[in-house]
Each structure stands twice: as structure tokens, then as C-alpha cells.
Design a protein around this ligand. Structure first.
Ligand code: NAP
Length: 291
């Protein structure tokens, strides 16, 4: 299949390009310099030239705290950009696969989020992502929106890399222990999106378009995630000391945007419709640490 990938130099975008090439798809990959999704003319022109069979949007404004002071830019990319892609897909009658986030929820729910739960973002980033999701839903019915949480991987900036960097500078860290979610590897996200594209029902009459959650297991707090990172890193001799970790409440680590206390996503719908199982992030962490 001819796949156009936006945000192709990002954490997920880079993995998506690799995975799509591995699966012998014809890939047209665009970084933000080559294709600015907030530019409607550029999007239309590129889509008309390439004539892809499907678009995967991995582009987004992802600076959660900075978005509070750069809301115009966040909305331009996350809302207007999604709208531009949905319009272009509609004009070419091709599907749009898009990545969304646990930050569309407020985290007040006690159990994992399902796709019909009411979103209620707590900051500009989550609100701009939600508006993008809603624009896609309104404009074009051939869409898959995959909601994911706590992304980590080999490329770009993420919690795993931050922990390893901090381990070079310190012996002791305080990590938030009252926000729960599930780390999800960029590889798992890429594989899931391509499994959807490669599934027999994709873009057929009975294709179950819509919003899906990607579940990752087991659910943990940031403190527990950090503990696992350091345990695995020590075992693999990436670090040669035992990090002292102190669990702290969110109140002791204030951020401009309040993070959801519960970011856990329920992936039953993805299993039922596309036979995609919850992912095992500890196994993926081992792969990332050994890369
Ligand atoms: N990271 C997480 O923890 C997390 C959690 C849940 C959901 N998500 C979602 O997962 C998706 C992928 O995120 P990620 O972690 O891969 O983020 P990322 O590493 O920040 O990648 C996003 C990419 O989008 C590009 N981009 C920004 N503005 C653009 C524009 N106007 N036009 C085209 N490209 C543009 C960026 O390019 P430049 O670097 O050149 O600006 C960057 O390469 C996003 O939809 C995000 O909302 C991420």
C-alpha cells in the first residue's frame, strides 16, 4: 500500500516509517520541514501529488506544559492540522489514521478508560488534541483514531531517556507515585496502526472505523515505571549502581498542567474489532534499552 506518513521524524513517526518499510509498504515520509500539516494548501498539494492509499498522522504539537503559553500553535497543529488532513483524505476518498492521547481525559475515573467515556482535558494540549479528534470525526467517516498513553522509544525525548540521563548525574530521585497509567512503546503503536492497515477488513465495506484505545500492561505509577527502568538498566549493565527512589505525591512535583491521576486505557474494542491484543511494555522496554 502507498502510505503517506506525517510527523515522520518524531518519536512515533520514525518507528512507523521503519515498520511500514519492513512490511514492504511504499512509504512517503514527511517531517515537519517538508510538510506542515497546519498549512492547508501544502497538505492538499502534497496529497494530490502523492495520491496515497492511506495517510497516517504522527505529527502533533506535544509540549504539554509549553502549550499553555503557545496555545495558538498547539491548536494550529493539533486541531487545524487534523482538520486539513481529514479534508484532504475526504477529497481523495482515502482513510486517515490518527494518534490521540490519554490527555483528552481528566483522569478522575477509577477504572481504565473506554472509547465512549466523556473527555474532559485539563490543559491546552489535551483540549487541542480533542478538538483535532472531533474535527476528524465530523469531516470524514473513514478514520481510525488510536488513543495511546505514556509513549517511550528509541527516538526522541521520553521518560526512559530522562531517567537514564538523571542516573548519570544523581544517585537519588523523587518520582510521582499517585498518577497511574501504562507506558506504551512507539514500536507497539506503530505495529498496531500497521496491523489495522494490514487487516482484511481495512477500508472494506464493513471496516469498523472509529476511536480505539491501545491498552498496555501492566498499569503502573511513574515511580513504578522508573523502578522497572533502573532494574532492567542495572541488569543490562547500562548503569552500575542502585538508584535510590523516593515515591512522592503530585503535590510535591507541581507542573503548569495537572496530569491525569488515571491514564489507563482499556483496549477491549481494539481486540474485538481488529484482534490486536494489549501490549507488554516491560518486554518493549528491554528492547529499547538494548538498542
Ligand atoms: N509522547 C507521549 O507521551 C504521547 C502520549 C500520548 C499520545 N501521544 C501522541 O502520539 C503522537 C506522536 O507523538 P510523539 O511522541 O511521536 O511526539 P513527537 O516526538 O513530538 O513527534 C511529533 C512530530 O510532529 C512534528 N510536527 C510538529 N508540528 C508539525 C506540523 N505543523 N506539521 C508537521 N509535523 C509537525 C514534530 O516535528 P518537529 O520536531 O520538527 O516540530 C515531531 O517530529 C502525537 O499525536 C501525540 O499527541 C504522545
Amino acid at each position: 500500500m502507498k502510505i503517506l506518513i506525517t510527523g515522520a521524524r518524531g518519536q512515533v513517526g520514525t518507528e512507523l516509517v521503519n515498520e511500514a518499510i519492513n512490511r514492504c509498504h511504499q512509504v512517503h515520509a514527511y517531517g515537519s520541514n517538508e510538510l506542515d500539516i497546519s498549512n492547508k494548501e501544502q497538505v492538499n498539494k502534497t496529497v494530490q501529488q502523492v495520491k496515497p492509499d492511506v495517510i497516517i498522522n504522527a505529527a502533533a504539537y506535544t509540549a504539554v506544559d509549553k502549550a499553555e503559553t503557545e496555545s495558538e500553535l498547539a491548536y494550529a497543529v493539533n486541531s487545524q492540522g487534523s482538520e486539513n488532513l481529514a479534508i484532504a483524505c475526504k477529497s481523495q476518498n482515502i482513510p486517515l489514521l490518527h494518534i490521540s492521547t490519554d490527555y483528552v481525559y481528566d483522569g478522575e475515573k477509577q477504572t481504565p478508560y473506554i472509547e465512549v467515556d466523556q473527555p474532559n482535558p485539563t490543559g491546552v494540549y489535551g483540549a487541542s488534541k480533542l478538538e483535532g479528534d472531533q474535527k476528524i470525526e465530523q469531516i470524514w467517516h473513514k478514520y481510525i483514531i488510536l488513543r495511546v498513553s505514556w509513549v517511550f522509544g528509541e527516538y526522541g525525548n521520553n521518560f526512559v531517556k530522562t531517567m537514564l540521563r538523571l542516573a548519570e548525574q544523581r544517585d537519588e530521585l523523587s518520582i510521582v507515585d499517585d498518577q497511574f497509567g501504562a507506558p506504551t512503546s512507539a514500536t507497539a503503536i506503530s505495529k498496531s496502526l500497521l496491523d489495522i492497515i494490514d487487516s482484511p477488513q481495512f477500508n472494506q465495506q464493513d471496516c469498523p472505523w472509529g476511536i480505539y484505545n491501545l491498552q498496555s500492561d501492566p498499569g503502573v505509577s511513574w515511580y513504578e515505571f522508573a523502578r522497572e527502568i533502573f532494574q532492567q538498566a542495572k541488569k543490562m549493565s547500562l548503569i552500575n549502581k542502585d538508584m535510590k527512589l523516593n515515591p512522592i505525591p503530585s503535590s510535591e512535583f507541581p507542573t503548569p498542567v495537572k496530569r491525569p491521576a488515571n491514564s489507563k486505557l482499556d483496549g477491549a474494542k481494539l481486540k474485538q474489532c481488529f484482534d490486536i491484543l494489549p501490549v507488554d511494555w516491560k518486554r518493549d522496554l528491554t528492547k529499547v534499552l538494548s538498542s
